[in-house]
Design a binder for this molecule. Structure first.
Ligand code: HEM
Length: 444
């Protein structure tokens, strides 16, 4: 019998025993760490992060192999402490039938047909967020954008939710968030333990909301309704724990991502006044057609904002908020002559692909007009790719377009002490959350 030649491990270094190259990665910007490795070893290389051997993949073909064509060979993987905090039944921790069922529900509740009905409510949320910004001296843009994204998240999950529930969800969710990136420990009084207590409280609040919804027998089309009405082929419904975990999961996936993207957009627009004028012109034409903003935005108008849309696309490329993702090989896998051993992590590096001059000319220059031509397939994946790709991408784009419309037609903003420094929260955001002064623009 002819022996198949055993594939070799990808090139690269594994660093010190146990800690691997974790210190090197975190002592510099992780993106600089990856870029230096890519330059040295090519598009596929190995390393060890936090005691886990990893294969990093920096080509569109390799990312597609893991996320799309061979996704069944790679399972999602998150630290257990984080899984426990969000809720282990949340869809992004799963594969197979359970994942597929939940994904369909989430996708349906976030489809263009469903979210177009949310436009007037999202406009109200955007206007009130901007009014509140204009009433403050200096604000950290990112934290205000988080409030906006949270409110839109709540709207898409629950429809109109009464203020008491909203406030209680917000209060406890903030505590959970603070603990999410803290050191997991059983010691009472620590951020992690406080977060676990708040997470239980969130379950109780969600149970109350669900009981009320069931009692009133309301016919809604939001995510909660989709989750409550689900039955699988055997007639099995979802448990309250599964519903709660998925609601918290969606809120978690929706908030900081959209808020970081918006914060970058505001920075890029501020830094390029000519571009800002072009966006203003596009939005002002719509504003005037709507009687100076007296009539609500129409769906067709929102779908036809090409200049603004290109600014969003380029901001997502430049900032690459989700710079990479993790999966774990479920069996030994061979890719392009290299072995990816069972149990190793694989990391498709979205940011490296978005910043590769082979795919994006002069990649460090912010240039929305590059999107006048569609990028090469597989090279532009701010919302991921394949079975776990972002089901909230249409909602994210919708809320960004609406917020930009109201911002540029009625407000102006100045950055305070802005430097080109990136901070990780854990998503990349401008330093200190982009302090800025917002004012009503009476000239607009
Ligand atoms: C600019 C904003 C956003 C960005 C850049 C973004 C990016 C992403 C990316 C890259 C993934 C795939 C992660 C992976 O493959 O491991 C993802 C998944 C996900 N996103 Fe988003 N997202 C955004 C906003 C939202 C919003 C607004 C929602 C919901 C309202 C949402 C819900 C989700 C969910 C539930 C998943 C998991 C899907 C699954 O595992 O099947 N995201 N997102």
């Amino acid at each position: 019998m002819k022996h198949k030649q055993r594939a070799k491990l990808p090139p690269g270094t594994m660093g010190w025993p146990y800690i691997g190259e974790t210190l090197q990665m975190y002592s510099q910007d992780p993106n600089v760490f990856f870029a230096a490795k890519q330059e040295r070893y090519g598009d596929i290389f190995k390393t060890n992060i936090l005691g886990c051997p990893c294969v990093m993949l920096a080509s569109p073909e390799a990312a597609r192999f893991v996320l799309v064509t061979h996704s069944h060979l790679f399972k999602p993987t998150y630290p257990k402490s984080k899984e426990k905090m969000i809720g282990p039944s949340a869809l992004f921790f799963h594969q197979g039938d359970y994942h597929a069922h939940l994904r369909k529900l989430v996708q349906n509740s976030l489809s263009p047909e469903t979210i177009r009905k949310l436009v007037p409510d999202i406009e109200d949320i955007a206007i009130s967020a901007l009014e509140s910004l204009a009433n403050q001296q200096v604000t950290k843009t990112f934290y205000e954008m988080k409030k906006f994204a949270f409110e839109v998240g709540i709207l898409s999950i629950f429809g109109q939710l009464n203020t008491r529930y909203r406030e209680e969800l917000k209060e406890n969710y903030c505590i959970v968030e603070k603990g999410y990136n803290s050191f997991p420990t059983n010691l009472p009084g620590t951020a992690y333990q406080k977060a676990m207590v708040a997470r239980k409280r969130l379950d109780q609040i969600l149970n109350e909301i669900i009981s009320e919804r069931k009692e009133k027998k309301l016919l809604e089309n939001d995510l909660l309704a989709h989750l409550l009405n689900f039955k699988d082929e055997k007639g099995q419904t979802l448990t309250e724990v599964q519903i709660a975990d998925n609601i918290i999961g969606v809120l978690f996936a929706a908030q900081d991502t959209t808020a970081s993207a918006l914060t970058w957009i505001l920075k890029y627009l501020h830094d390029d006044q000519k571009l800002l004028e072009a966006v203003k012109e596009e939005q002002k034409a719509i504003f005037d057609l709507n009687d100076g903003g007296k009539r609500p935005l129409e769906w067709a108008q929102i779908r036809n904002m090409p200049q603004t849309y290109r600014v969003i696309s380029e901001s997502l490329r430049m900032s690459s908020i989700i710079s990479f993702t993790f999966r774990e090989a479920v069996v030994d896998i061979e890719y392009n002559g290299y072995l990816i051993p069972k149990g190793w992590k694989v990391m498709p590096l979205f940011r490296n692909i978005h910043h590769n001059p082979k795919f994006f000319t002069d990649p460090e220059t912010f240039n929305p007009s590059r999107f006048e031509v569609a990028p090469k397939p597989g090279t532009y994946t701010p919302f991921g790719n394949g079975v776990h790709a972002c089901p909230g991408n249409e909602l994210a784009k919708l809320e960004m377009l609406i917020l930009i419309h109201h911002l540029v037609t009625k407000f102006r903003w100045h950055l305070v002490g802005s430097k080109n420094v990136i901070q990780y929260s854990p998503f990349p955001i401008p330093q200190h959350g982009l302090p800025a002064r917002f004012r009503k623009d009476y000239k607009a």
